[in-house]
Design a binder for this molecule. Structure first.
Ligand code: PMP
Length: 507
């Protein structure tokens, strides 16, 4: 039976036959016997997908799930969207070659044209594109190589909690690494602010730390080849960077001739409520790393950068699989569909609504420490409500945490008004930034076991979610941008039900 959006999308739409059960269990059993110990999602999600459409996945056992993992944020249009399938079929039926290295093809030409249409105009006007090996991590490698070649420098600036991929260079700039050529900088965050204050003050301190490192001749950080950042840290626990902070990073890098690399592998193509997450702030990066959704569910990764950086030589970054025609066709269809149907704006509306509902739940359940995100990139951090708070993470009593009071406190503490927060032609009143609205409350200890219990309870209720964050304590929602109001409500309902069940068991 074909799975359609009209078919019921509730989990367990029907019973499981003995044959289905045997097939399902046999495949899982062989997987655990034969596949690597390094496998990841497969451990927590004992599902054998056989059909999928939109938000829905059907397993070999006949069970149906709402898929809020979406291929780790890849499926902007959900599974098997008709425009994607049609684009793929068109290439197949045309007799076009499927493997073309980096040769020019009409399919690639159309993809590049569509992609450039979506870029910040100041970058699009002078953009070059490098097609990379098909994973995001390969495009990250290419970005690092590009800026090192262009600047003749080797050091890099990267952020605590970052995730950029699994190849050597990408790992160096990710949060877990210890590479001397990479200076690690604080990423602003409200709930677990490294300075213990969160809000505008926390973001301001994070920016100042970066500025100091760059300007202090004895900081031990030589002028770097580039700065790489995620506009919203995904794997790091769904932490949106305030627009004001991002503009500060742009101003700091621009004035010092440091290329700014925006890793939009996960945040791109409407996910955060703007086509590219940098669009929220108006920041124009020098380099953008793009993958996941740009391939319309098939593997594709590219690097887009300003033409003056294009000084590397032929073969500086190569790879056999840079010419995936099906991925380019599926990607063109996806980019055009998101653009033409205003799906970024839709993601913003749905995300705001879902986060409001989840914040209401947080008031009910003390085990929800924080609800945060942007657009349809949402995180719910689970904490131990009985746990002790760390004094270092507690905001000082005399610093107001949020809103106008915090801005006043900054001005008073600095002996200056908001003028010093201005960057790249914007007046950046940090107190006006909606992403800085939540107070830096006293964070409770992360509760990874509780988060895992919620994920499992979600699965029991036919909802697939991912865990992320420093301690794997953040339940992540990355639904397709195409979900209906009813589906969005069903996702929140199931998560609420799972939370209630886990809270009951653990109290
Ligand atoms: N950058 C970011 C921001 C990512 O989220 C990811 C993957 N989660 C990557 C890079 C690496 O992409 P890939 O897994 O395709 O190599």
């Amino acid at each position: 039976m074909a799975l359609t959006e009209e078919a019921p999308w509730e989990g367990d739409a029907r019973g499981t036959s003995a044959r289905e059960s045997a097939l399902h269990d046999g495949i899982l059993c062989r997987q655990s016997a034969r596949e690597s110990a390094a496998r990841t999602y497969a451990r927590a999600l004992p599902i054998v997908p056989v059909r999928a459409r939109g938000l829905t996945i059907e397993g070999a056992d006949g069970r149906r799930y709402l898929d809020c993992l979406s291929g780790a944020g890849t499926l902007a249009l959900g599974h098997n969207h008709p425009v994607v399938l049609e684009a793929i079929r068109k290439v197949l039926d045309s007799g076009a070659p499927l493997h073309t290295l980096d040769l020019a093809t009409p399919v690639k030409d159309a993809f590049t044209t569509e992609l450039f249409q979506t870029l910040p105009p100041a970058l699009a006007d002078r953009a070059r594109i490098q097609f990379c090996g098909p994973a995001g991590t390969d495009a990250v490698e290419a970005a690092l190589k590009l800026v090192r070649t262009a600047t003749g420098r080797s050091g890099l600036l990267a952020f605590a909690g970052a995730y950029h991929g699994m190849t050597a260079g990408a790992l160096e700039v990710s949060g877990g690494a210890q590479d001397v050529r990479v200076a690690r900088l604080p990423y602003p965050q409200d709930y677990r602010c490294p300075f213990g204050v969160g809000g505008p003050r926390g973001a301001e301190l994070a920016a100042r730390w970066t500025e100091t490192l760059l300007d202090d001749t004895k900081s031990g950080v030589p002028l770097p080849a580039g700065m790489i950042l995620e506009p919203v840290q995904g794997e790091g626990g769904v932490i949106p960077a305030p627009d004001t902070w991002l503009r500060r990073m742009r101003a700091l890098t621009e004035s010092r001739g440091i290329p700014l690399i925006a890793d939009e592998v996960q945040t791109g193509v409407g996910r955060t409520g703007a086509f590219w997450a940098v669009d929220h702030s108006g920041v124009v990066p020098d380099v953008m790393v793009l993958s996941k959704a740009i391939g319309g569910s098939l593997p594709l990764a590219v690097l887009v950068y300003r033409d003056d950086l294009d000084v590397w030589g032929p073969g500086a970054h190569a790879g056999t699989f840079r010419g995936n025609q099906l991925a380019m066709a599926a990607g063109t269809a996806t980019l055009a569909h998101v653009r033409e149907n205003g799906l970024a704006e839709r993601a913003a509306v749905l995300g705001t609504r879902m986060m409001t509902q989840l914040r209401a739940l947080a008031r009910e359940y003390p085990c929800i420490g924080d609800v945060r995100g942007r657009g349809l990139m949402i995180g719910v951090e689970l904490v131990d409500p009985e746990g002790n708070t760390s004094p270092a993470l507690t905001a000082p009593a005399d610093v107001p945490h949020t809103g106008k009071g915090a801005a006043d406190a900054i001005a008073a503490a600095d002996g200056a008004g908001a003028a010093h927060l201005t960057g790249a032609g914007h007046t950046d009143d940090l107190s006006a930034d909606p992403l800085l609205g939540e107070p830096a409350t006293t964070p409770l200890p992360a509760a990874p076991a509780l988060a895992a219990a919620v994920r499992d309870a979600c699965l029991d209720r036919g909802l697939i979610v991912e865990l992320g964050g420093r301690h794997s304590s953040v339940v992540r929602l990355l639904p397709p941008l195409t979900i209906t109001d009813e589906q969005a409500a069903a996702i929140v309902d199931r998560l609420a039900d799972a939370l209630a069940a886990v809270a009951r068991t653990h109290s």
